[in-house]
Design a protein around this ligand. Structure first.
Ligand code: ADP
Ligand code: ZN
Length: 658
């Protein structure tokens, strides 16, 4: 059935979308193509986009992908989180005859997607191990009755005999439109989430050779991308690789100082909306959760030490906006689809930059502004170095040198990111082999460039102290000597007699540490990796000592200046936004779905700015499709009208005139 799909737009627009799921848009398949049908192809998807999903335009790449799927071409979609991958197969599913099968590895994600589609009046369902036999049969019937356009399945079910027989029946009676493989990196051993069941998906291709396959992932590495194509036997696919830049995210690194917990609390109190705080250990998760709760922040913990039931509960409460903050180890987040996470804070150092990108990338999937903040201290480097040194062969107890080396290199890249003075995006994207020219205007380094100071003289003092102590001591000892400490060990070694003893009293311990770390980091000094971290000089150290090389340090960022007072209009919009959020939560709780299923933050934001007071105007808001307009329009319009009337009350005007 190769050929052009043309969609009758008139039929599409007059379709009775109130009957749940009965979206029987009749695409006609033509054997030959004509100029007219090409026009229809480009016209239809845009109108369907507004009709079903309420969106005015496609995100970058979506249209091209949708068109390829409509033309039965295989497609490989590489898009970062929040790029809008789901729409790439959901929209074609509505425009093509037959059933679209979506393979998805996580039950929570499946349910989430089906709920969201359902709320847009689109017939979708899932089959997984949580359902009873009777329920499965009921759903199968719905599918054969053409009430369903999208079927979500877990890979392990897909390849069972009974299910394959059912699929044969579907193929014969109503046709399989497309096979969509979500989280396609699971097929690759080189990915971070290999699932052996994914390897067998190739069988589907053999069984239904004419059905096009669309594979989607947010994985950035070329190796995995290649693997996906091979393992799934994609046929001359359209490959869409989006930029990994996430323009709506604000990146920032803050020094993690003694009062870090207070800084964290203040930061969370000053930031609106849901957020995640990542910590390295369970203990830290518990500690921070308690601190936040004690200060009145609604927070819950998530880590591998909690029972499945508690973890599931906490996750659900976070997704439904019953609590605002999730404090978690990195065990949390995979398979979380919450699009309105407004901040992700790494309270401890991440182990590698890819991990940081993926974890922080859970913020702002909805495309609205969100912050990614990393708390950075040298103490954390020590902790991770310690963890790396623990990587030993469980049988022999020998250190796993290769693994340790990789881990150290990854750690160095994280430090590069944290200490870097360049645009944070430039550093992150270069890690994925993508060039970015800086000046993003949405990271601390671009918004508040750090001044650099000449620390050559201090560096010479430091290095010469290392030399005079015969390269036999670690950082703390050297700094103690520089600052003239009366330590027993120093006195016993008679290092108080050295010419460098006490020449560094004019700088704090913290400042010397910063210099020392920076020297290591810039390769101007070495440190042994035997667990003792003894400082050693190298050729570059000697260049500094011989005044052939200068040493520069970036000043840490000053705390963010407080923003200027918001305008009256903005305050009003904020108030309305809060009110609409409450209404959204009520409607969501009535249906037992997460609030974002009802409307995205971005839609609420537009409503509170534009304040539409008629259903017509309300329907123009991005994210309001025809189904949602009918379902929620009047409730929201009433709320907005009431708000505007209250604003017009005389008391308010009086205040306004003063
Ligand atoms: P991904 O799977 O790539 O992480 P999603 O498919 O979950 O991304 O989409 C992220 C968010 O963007 C969702 O809230 C989705 O509704 C929204 N979205 C997708 N496409 C568009 C569009 N064309 N216009 C506006 N919002 C969109
Ligand atoms: Zn920048």
């Amino acid at each position: 059935m190769e050929g052009w799909i043309s969609v009758d737009i008139n039929r599409l627009m007059t379709f009775d979308f109130t009957s749940l799921g009965a979206i029987g848009i009749t695409g006609t398949t033509r054997a030959t193509s004509g100029a007219a049908s090409a026009d229809e192809i480009t016209a239809a998807p845009e109108q369907a986009l507004k009709h079903f999903f309420g969106y005015d335009c496609f995100r970058p790449g979506q249209q091209q992908i949708v068109e390829a799927v409509l033309q039965n071409q295989d497609v490989l979609v590489i898009m970062p989180t929040g790029g809008g991958k789901s729409l790439c197969y959901q929209l074609p599913a509505l425009l093509k005859p037959g059933l679209t099968i979506v393979i998805s590895p996580l039950i929570a994600l499946m349910q989430d997607q089906v709920q969201s589609l359902d709320d847009n009046g689109i017939g979708a369902t899932f089959l997984n191990s949580t359902l009873s036999g009777a329920e499965v049969r009921r759903r199968n019937e719905c599918i054969l009755n053409r009430a369903i356009k999208l079927l979500y399945v877990a890979p392990e079910r897909l390849l069972t005999e009974p299910f394959l027989h059912f699929l044969d029946e579907v193929a014969a009676e109503i046709g399989i439109a497309t096979i969509a493989i979500d989280e396609a990196h699971c097929v690759s051993e080189w990915g971070h989430d290999f699932r052996p069941e994914y390897r067998q998906l190739k069988q589907l291709r053999q069984r239904y050779p004419t059905v096009p396959v669309i594979a989607l992932t947010a994985t950035a590495t070329a190796r995995v991308q290649q693997d996906i194509q091979q393992q799934l036997a994609l046929r001359q696919p359209l490959i869409h690789i989006a930029s990994f830049n996430r323009p709506n995210l604000h990146y920032e690194v803050r020094p993690k100082q003694k009062q870090a917990q207070r800084d964290l609390l203040r930061l969370i109190q000053q930031t609106a909306g849901s957020g995640i705080v990542y910590c390295l250990s369970r203990k830290k998760v518990e500690e921070i959760t308690q601190k936040l709760q004690a200060a009145g922040v609604e927070a819950l913990p998530y880590h591998a030490g909690l029972t499945d039931v508690v973890r599931q509960q906490n996750q659900t409460r976070f997704i439904r906006d019953d609590v605002r903050v999730m404090v978690a180890t990195i065990a949390f987040g995979m398979g979380i689809n919450k699009p309105d996470v407004r901040f992700v804070i790494h309270y401890d150092l991440p182990r590698n930059l890819e991990g940081y990108y993926q974890e922080s990338g859970r913020a702002g999937r909805d495309g609205e502004p969100a912050s990614c903040i990393l708390f950075f201290s040298f103490g954390d480097i020590r902790t991770i170095e310690y963890l790396i040194a623990q990587k030993v062969d469980p049988n022999t107890g020998d250190p796993l040198l290769a693994e340790q080396q990789i881990a150290r290199q990854q750690l160095r890249q994280v430090i590069d990111y944290a200490e870097g003075t360049e645009c944070r995006r430039t550093i992150q994207l270069s890690y994925f082999g993508e060039r970015f020219d800086g000046n993003c205007n949405r990271c601390d380094n671009c918004l508040r460039p750090r001044s650099r100071q000449d620390w050559t003289i201090e560096a010479q003092k430091f290095l010469s102290c290392v030399a005079r102590c015969h390269e036999r001591y670690g950082m703390t000892y050297i700094i103690d000597v520089l600052r003239g400490a009366k330590e027993k060990r120093i006195l016993a070694n008679r290092h108080d007699q050295l010419s460098t003893y006490g020449i560094g009293k004019d700088h704090t311990l913290e400042e010397w540490r910063t210099l020392g770390r920076s020297l290591l980091h810039q390769g101007l000094l070495e440190e042994t990796t035997d667990g003792y971290a003894v400082l050693k000089l190298n050729a570059l150290s000697w260049e500094v000592l011989r005044k052939q090389r200068s040493v520069w340090l970036a000043q840490p960022h000053q705390p963010v200046a407080t923003r200027s007072a918001p305008s009256a209009a903005r305050i009003k919009a904020e108030q309305l936004f809060d009110q609409l959020r409450k209404l959204r939560k009520e409607l969501a709780d009535e249906q037992g779905v997460p609030p974002y299923v009802v409307f995205a933050d971005s839609s609420l934001r537009l409503m509170s700015q534009l304040q539409p007071q008629t259903l017509d105007d309300f329907g123009q808001i991005s994210g309001v499709g025809n189904h949602k307009l009918a379902r929620y329009g009047s409730r929201f319009v009433q709320e907005i009208q009431a708000f505007c009337q209250a604003q017009d009350q005389p008391a308010d005007e009086f205040e306004g005139q003063s």
